[in-house]
Design a binder for this molecule. Structure first.
Ligand code: HDE
Length: 760
């Protein structure tokens, strides 16, 4: 009974964090300086280390630790000062003329404190405002020099530090994590040859083909300007008005209406570079490339009902999940894959690889794994790192280059430009989280918030007064050289505002996506269209959207129309007269089910219900088995704190039925022990736990008397087909029950039980 969650340190690497001394200020005069850990050759953060060691990665794992040391601040054992380093005697009272008299203007300590506070906020990102980030590393599997001279791929085992930010797109900085939305997946590689930012999303295509339409798209999806609603949602008139008038967005709409838009965790979603980029080798030869991040823990999503409920109970659901996975050691990990093809291959494809609304099916060009990325260190400070990080599509290094994708061209401009307002000037590259580990030497000078102090009188090139320094590298010195790419068509040399012909084919890949999904996924897509369009108040918009969907899939359009109680309209006229036949008709790789992951349950959250009189031994057996597999098992009782087991032993409930509702967990265990079961049967929460778990197709284990709760909640372990529900396990023995439970949990969901509408 000792092995309770409370007895196990919540975070083994931060033993002191929840310890007895937590939050108790030392008595006046008792401030104890931190123990000196000065070791010759150690970094500043190591010598000034306090007990919060959980955020220090093992030596050599992340080289960005050292360069940031110069700006790390640790106040343990330090006296309070002003920003000028003047020691503050009293931080409680402003300076007054007598205790009841006016506050004096000369109180520079008060004025400095308030003035700084007044300016604490900076503008949020215009899109992707809400995000969470972590540090880690990328490790190459092999030497890729035949394809690229990019520094991270120089040799097998080479590690490059990274900082990765995940985000939602539509909502504001304080909005919820589980909105139906695209997720940003932005990776900053601090390479030996400068910073490379791969600013991608968790979906491989985009809504529009040309940067010219981006402000329109964003204005349409953002909260409507007259009343600023809805927040973190696309289910409103202006979004559907715009996309129904832009048939090029149909493919992306399929992704956004799929469960991809409500991921279970950042660690269980894919990432994509979206655009076609170039890899360039030392000889200057280039190939075309698409980037893929595939999660080690598999691709898993929430159900819609679950996402809606979570947004109320824990708006920080994904942020917390990312933080806790890293702190508990179940570190998120992805494999980087590349699809490589030549210009000649691309010329034969049925779609244009410069069109960001199209993907390259894996069945056409396989994905080659080239490395892995591990996120193993949480930021020390959200604002300084996660908020101030500036990703820029223009940040590429030798070995990489752009293509003529017209969406990409707009992005190459936009990201640097937006930081100038958001981060207050052109020197945002000097903010520690943005500064490269590669040395920076140029003649750019001045501007707001300049940190570097360039020496000497020369700030121009060529010069003789500084011996010609800094000098240009030239191609031989690994300077960045753009690929001398040839334009493909003669017409391309004319200056036009136009698109290539193939950009007008809008539906083949929308159909490919829909038809490659499993029946459960297709049902979710249809339900999402139904939900979103039912929120649209203008019937003509719904009708126009249905007429576009008809071109992608008559079957889907019919399901959505039935769900909206609307007759099917005529299909929207096609923009292209004769489109080439697509090479691939079905791509199983596009289904979430294609990537179950490593089969482990690491990082999953399980709740074990308890109340006084619970069979303690069986709870501890199940909990220990789950911990062993890297899952987090919490004991939840009507109140937090001690629960007295049937044997009279104390068990600690670390959460309560009220403070962490059941839908926050991936699976549920109903305990044995008649008295506890009777107590739980009197709690309305118990039934909500069971019904939500059932409705969200999760695994439920009922031990011994716990089965009574299942029955009282009206749950039947038989499926409509007559077969037994593989996600409902009933066992009198905790050890064998735990074993079967872990196997069932590794399947994540049991969609065979799902009905629309839900029966429970
Ligand atoms: Fe972005 N995008 N975007 N975007 N985007 C921004 O840059 C923009 C697009 C993406 O965690 C902004 O620093 C234009 C595609 C991510 O900090 C801004 C166009 C993809 C992030 C901007 C696009 C993305 C952003 C806002 C069309 C997937 C968050 C704040 C031409 C490949 C990065 C900022 C982070 C952020 C512009 C389209 C991904 C305004 C003009 C396609 C992950 O510069």
């Amino acid at each position: 009974v000792q092995a309770t969650a409370a007895a196990m340190p919540y975070n083994t690497t931060k033993a002191g964090e929840h310890g007895a001394a937590m939050g108790v200020a030392p008595a006046a005069g008792q401030h104890v300086p931190p123990p000196s850990r000065l070791v010759t050759g150690s970094t500043l953060s190591e010598t000034q280390m306090n007990d919060k060691v959980g955020t220090l990665a093992p030596e050599g794992v992340n080289a960005a630790i050292a360069p940031l040391d110069r700006v790390r601040v640790d106040s343990a054992g330090q006296v309070l000062t002003t920003n000028q380093g003047v020691r503050i005697a009293d931080n409680q009272n402003s300076l007054k003329a007598g205790t009841r008299g006016p506050v004096l203007l000369e109180d520079f300590i008060l004025r400095e404190k308030i003035t700084h506070f007044d300016h604490e906020r900076i503008p949020e990102r215009i899109v992707h405002a809400r995000g969470s980030a972590a540090h880690g590393y990328f490790e190459a599997y092999e030497d890729l020099s035949e394809l690229t001279m990019a520094a991270p791929f120089k040799h097998a085992g080479k590690r490059t530090p990274v900082f990765v930010r995940f985000s939602t797109v539509q909502g504001e900085r304080g909005s919820k994590d589980t909105a139906r939305d695209v997720r940003g997946f932005a990776v900053k590689f601090y390479t030996d040859d400068g910073n490379w930012d791969l600013v991608g999303n968790n979906m491989p295509v985009f809504f529009i083909q040309d940067a010219m339409k981006f402000p329109d798209l964003v204005h349409a999806v953002k909260p409507e300007p007259h009343h600023q609603m809805p927040q973190a949602a696309s289910a409103h008139d202006t979004f559907w008005d715009f996309v129904s008038l832009m048939p090029e967005s149909t493919h992306m709409l399929m992704w956004v209406m799929s469960d991809r838009a409500i991921p279970r965790s950042y660690a269980t979603m894919q990432g994509f570079g979206v655009h076609t980029y170039r890899l360039v080798n030392a000889e200057g030869q280039s190939v075309l490339v698409k980037f893929h991040w595939n999660p080690k823990f598999g691709t898993h999503s929430l159900t819609w009902d679950e996402a809606v409920k979570i947004s109320g109970a824990d708006p920080d659901y994904h942020r917390r999940d990312l933080w806790e996975r890293i702190e508990s050691g179940a570190c998120p990990e992805w494999e980087l894959g590349i699809q490589v093809f030549t210009e000649e291959d691309a010329a034969r494809f049925s779609f244009d690889i410069l069109d960001a609304t199209k993907l390259v099916p894996e069945e056409l060009v396989p994905v080659r794994p080239v490395g892995r990325m591990v996120l193993n260190r949480n930021p020390d400070n959200f604002f300084a790192e996660t908020e101030q990080v500036a990703f820029c599509v223009a940040h590429v290094i030798p070995g990489l280059d752009f293509t003529n994708d017209p969406l990409l061209a707009g992005r190459i401009h936009s990201y640097v430009d937006t930081q100038i307002t958001r981060l207050g000037g052109p020197n945002f590259h000097e903010i520690p989280i943005n500064s490269p580990i590669a040395p920076v030497h140029n003649n750019q000078r001045d501007g707001f918030h300049r940190q570097a102090i360039p020496r000497g009188r020369v700030s121009y090139e060529p010069n003789s007064l500084a011996g010609g320094c800094p000098f240009q590298a030239g191609a031989a010195g690994q300077g960045f050289v753009s690929v001398a790419a040839r334009l493909r068509n003669r017409e391309d040399s004319a200056k036009v505002r136009a698109k290539p012909e193939l950009f007008a084919e809008h539906y083949h890949q929308a159909r490919l996506f829909y038809e490659s999904q499993t029946p459960a996924e297709q049902a979710h897509i249809a339900a999402a269209f139904r939900f979103e369009l039912s929120k649209v108040t203008v019937p003509a918009i719904r009708e126009r959207m249905l007429s576009s969907l008809l071109n992608a899939s008559p079957e889907l359009a019919a399901r959505v129309a039935a769900g909206l109680n609307t007759p099917l309209p005529e299909p929207m006229p096609l923009a292209i007269a004769r489109a080439p036949r697509p090479e691939v008709k079905r791509s199983p790789a596009l289904s979430l089910m294609a990537r179950p992951g490593d089969g482990s349950i690491a990082g999953r959250k399980v709740v074990i219900l308890a109340a006084d009189g619970v069979a303690g031994e069986s709870v501890v057996t199940v909990q220990a088995a789950l911990f062993e597999q890297g899952a987090v098992a919490r004991i939840s009782a009507p109140r937090i704190g001690p629960v007295i087991t049937a044997d009279g032993v104390e068990l600690q409930a670390d959460v309560s039925l009220e403070n962490e509702p059941g839908f926050l967990f991936d699976a549920l265990v109903l305990p044995d022990g008649q008295e506890a079961v009777e107590r739980l049967a009197h709690e309305g929460h118990t039934y909500e736990f069971i019904r939500d778990q059932y409705r969200h197709c999760k695994t439920i284990l009922a031990l011994g008397a716990g089965e009574q709760l299942l029955r009282a909640a009206g749950i039947d372990a038989t499926l409509p087909s007559g077969a037994m529900d593989p996600g409902i396990l009933i066992d009198n023995d905790a050890a064998s029950g735990a074993e079967a439970f872990i196997r069932a949990l590794a399947r994540h969901r049991h969609f065979e039980r799902e009905t629309d509408p839900p029966v429970v």
